[in-house]
Design a protein around this ligand. Structure first.
Ligand code: THG
Length: 364
């Protein structure tokens, strides 16, 4: 495929000069924003991520800001997850569903104050859905997409690199908690989170002008830690079972189908709850499963039907060869009839049929 050209609709980020200088080789577009996909090679990037520390420009994780007296009321309508004990230093992974229980997005919610939240959204214009509810109900909140640019620092050496810049206090930030920490004449929300299972942080950079100074500080302080620019990794995230909204699951899927039932514990009548009661009680008709695919596969750029007994029993939307595990790892949405571990299913790739087998668990 030819190059993606940035313009007013396909946004660069404050870190794009750094990403380019570090030799990015490919981009995708996510929330109308450039997102790197590969630096050296996806395999080499994965191996480096598992050993060292990487800095990821994930500015494409846009923030939908909900601010005002009715913020908590609105959040409770939007969230299948019980927010009652959520503290103002916490992040929650929250599936958001429509009135039929269909997935609209799977953001990370950040509580800044009782009347102030961010939804750090996956690909999709969630702010329009939220604004529509606000207008229809006349709620007293402002919905904006502020200039907040998340920068992820991921990998086993992330603690050491971050401590050099933000102090040793970063070491005791617990998973999905945050601290507001000083940088130059400002401060940022620094959370222990990120779209890998190698450990690390996300810095919510407020103000584009701080972007490159922070980027340069991270690289200047991390030479001996072998810091590199990186990006969400197409192998590591499948091994880790991190789902990509729009690929692995979409509006035609419920959170139960996505294996996100543990995030649907709100006692309140949130949007979509009545439509989910049946699946809450009886389980979904299909569900996300880890799969191993035999033989040679190319990249899965659309989706591959899963077939058994001459009919379709699901599809695969993410697959890659894992050098660490020595197999092709994949994420499928599989019908109940074929989702038991050990079940063998045909995968219809564009290069021909491959056998796959349902796994018990993801790889970490
Ligand atoms: N970080 C931030 N915003 C994001 C993402 C992110 N927005 C887009 C996208 N990623 C949203 N999707 C996910 C998917 C998984 C996780 C986070 C965001 C995740 N899941 C953990 C897991 O599944 O093990 C932990 C969930 C939990 O226990 O709460 O981290 O990456 N800012």
């Amino acid at each position: 495929m030819a190059a993606i050209v940035p313009n007013r609709r396909v946004r660069k980020t404050p870190f794009t000069p750094g990403v380019e200088a570090e030799g990015v080789k490919g981009y995708t577009v996510y929330n109308h924003t450039l997102l790197a996909t590969v630096f050296e090679s996806v395999e080499a990037d994965a191996a480096h991520l598992k050993q060292h520390v990487q800095v990821w420009d994930v500015s494409c994780e846009r923030q939908v800001q909900i601010k005002g007296p009715d913020a908590l009321q609105l959040m409770k309508m939007l969230s299948p997850r019980d927010l009652d004990r959520m503290q103002a230093d916490q992040c929650y992974y929250v599936p958001i569903v429509d009135h039929n229980g269909g997935m609209l997005n799977d953001p990370v919610a950040i509580k800044l104050a009782d009347d102030h939240y961010w939804l750090s959204v996956a690909d999709g214009d969630l702010w329009q859905f939220v604004l529509g509810i606000v207008i229809a109900l006349g709620l007293n909140v402002e919905i904006t997409e502020p200039d907040v640019f998340p920068l992820a620092v991921q990998g086993p050496k992330a603690n050491d690199l971050m401590a050099r810049i933000f102090g040793d206090g970063v070491r005791d930030i617990n998973f999905f908690r945050y601290k507001r920490l000083a940088f130059e004449d400002t401060s940022f929300v620094v959370a222990r989170s990120g779209w890998s299972k190698q450990g690390g942080f996300e810095i919510y950079v407020e103000g584009a002008d701080y972007g490159m100074p922070l980027w340069n500080t991270l690289f200047a302080n991390g030479r001996d830690l072998n810091v590199r620019a990186g990006c969400p990794n197409g192998i590591e995230r499948i091994e880790s079972g991190l789902l990509s909204f729009g690929s692995d699951m979409r509006r035609e899927n419920t959170p139960y189908e996505c294996g996100l039932a543990r995030f649907c514990n709100s006692p309140l009548d949130y949007i979509g709850k009545p439509a989910l009661l049946d699946q809450a009680a009886n389980g979904p008709p299909r569900q996300i499963r880890p799969l191993v695919i035999d033989g040679a596969i190319g990249p899965c750029t659309e989706s591959w039907p899963l077939r058994a007994d001459g009919r379709q029993v699901g599809q695969v939307a993410s697959a890659a060869y894992s050098p660490e595990f020595g197999v092709n790892v994949a994420i499928g949405m599989v019908d109940r009839s074929h989702w038991d571990p050990g079940t063998r299913i045909e995968v219809m790739t564009e290069h021909g049929m491959r056998w796959s087998e349902v796994q018990e668990t993801f790889w970490r």
